[in-house]
Design a protein around this ligand. Structure first.
Ligand SMILES: [Zn+2]
Length: 424
């Protein structure tokens, strides 16, 4: 775009005379001010001198912003700045994302322009679009947005800088910094937009938990045993749990000290675990309060593996079902419930018999349900320690178990508990 075009666009968006705007832009251009910055300066100029005009948007506090707003201004502190390359309308764009806050709350933002926003600084942003993202308002900064650095620092109750722990992450988080230890890695070749690409995937851990990660440009620093600081990662959902994405803009630094990782899945109250929206490799303890239908000796579609009823797959119609063992047990610890899913091996343990035993059992009784019934008798009302990966979605909270062990109470603890229970 020529300076003339820029002047035209800006003048029409401001509703003012083009000649004057062009003159101001030319002036700034002579001083070597980049065109985008020059446009912002001129815009601010008009905004300030013309505060009564209908073009002016009102400054709101973050708590006041709703998805019904179209444009607002805010005074905010920048909590985090993440940089990411995305495909938009067939073109590659570099965007900036993160969170900002004021005294009333915090909000996510996406910036389509590079305003040089820095973590920790306090700014006035004028003329921001409001977008809705998963039901919440989000700030959308574009070329009509003005940025003004403020000298006072806003006091906010949030951590500035984007440092986080693995347990606190949710899909959609951006501009995040993590200190983690690399626990597992696997080199993969995928067929992406630009042909075959090498990526690195694996698992990272810290004191609060473990999560899968993907490095889109494999880095040597991410090798097993290394403790690293990752700056500017973004979080996506991968098979129901948050996944750490290391992008081309992420900086990776190997740390001298070791980031401690709990050696087994981190233990959580069920309610807290469900609130995180999904977690990788965690540990829960609770009582099995019920064994759900669809447990015991079940049949799966040979094509898609889904559980079928009466030889009918919802996708593949009538099929020759394949027998399998599964348990869907409801685990409760008083803070919440999850459905624990046991595979064939773990089911065989709680059933105390394998697939052949289950088939014989069902044939003798002429009822497949006897298997589930026996499992129910074996585990309902008892306390278990479960390790696995938790997903939370429209189907509820499900934990794919990798370990399922009966908790044997220490006799002394048991005596103490019984004593307190009988006290009036
Ligand atoms: Zn099927």
């Amino acid at each position: 775009m020529s300076l003339e075009d820029h002047a035209e666009e800006l003048a029409s968006s401001l509703g003012v005379d083009k000649t004057e705007v062009k003159q101001k832009l030319e002036n700034l251009d002579q001083y070597g001010v980049p065109i985008d910055e020059a446009k912002q300066t001129v815009r601010r100029n008009y905004d300030e001198s013309d505060s009564g005009s209908p073009e002016e948007v009102s400054t709101k506090s973050i708590a006041e912003i709703t998805t019904g707003d179209s444009r607002v201004g805010v005074d905010v502190r920048i909590l985090s700045v993440g940089k990411r390359s995305i495909q938009y309308n067939g073109e590659q764009h570099v965007i900036f994302e993160g969170e900002m806050a004021d005294e009333s709350g915090k909000i996510s933002y996406t910036s389509w322009e590079d305003f040089d926003l820095e973590t920790g600084e306090t700014v006035h942003l004028g003329n921001i679009d409001i977008r809705e993202w998963e039901g919440n308002p989000e700030l959308n900064l574009g070329d009509s947005t003005s940025v003004e650095r403020l000298s006072e620092t806003l006091d906010v109750e949030y951590d500035v800088g984007g440092d986080a722990t693995l347990a606190s992450l949710e899909p959609g988080d951006r501009g995040v910094n993590l200190d983690v230890q690399v626990l597992e890695t696997e080199q993969k070749t995928i067929n992406g937009r630009d042909g075959e690409t090498e990526i690195l995937s694996g698992v990272v851990g810290d004191e609060t938990g473990r999560l899968p990660f993907t490095d889109w440009g494999p880095r040597e620093a991410l090798s097993v045993g290394n403790s690293v600081r990752l700056e500017d990662v973004f979080i996506r959902e991968f098979r129901g749990v948050p996944s750490v994405n290391v992008s081309e803009f992420t900086t990776v630094a190997v740390l001298d000290s070791t980031v401690e990782v709990a050696d087994s899945g981190t233990r959580y109250p069920i309610g807290d675990a469900v609130d995180t929206g999904g977690m990788f490799d965690l540990e829960l303890t609770g009582n099995v309060v019920a064994v759900r239908d669809g447990s015991g000796l079940i049949e799966r579609c040979p094509e898609c593996g889904r559980v079928i009823q009466s030889g009918q797959c919802r996708t593949h119609g009538e099929v020759e079902g394949e027998d399998d063992l599964r348990v869907k047990a409801i685990l409760d610890d008083g803070t919440g419930t999850v459905t624990v899913v046991l595979d064939e091996v773990l089911t065989a343990e709680v059933y105390d018999g394998d697939l052949d035993d289950a088939r014989d059992h069902a044939r003798d009784a002429m009822d497949r349900e006897v298997v589930a019934k026996e499992i129910r008798e074996n585990i309902v009302g008892q306390e278990f320690r479960v390790r696995g990966t938790l997903t939370v979605d429209d189907y509820g909270a499900n934990l794919e178990a990798s370990e399922f062990t009966r908790r044997v109470e220490d006799p002394q603890d048991r005596a103490k508990r019984l004593l307190t229970e009988v006290k009036p």
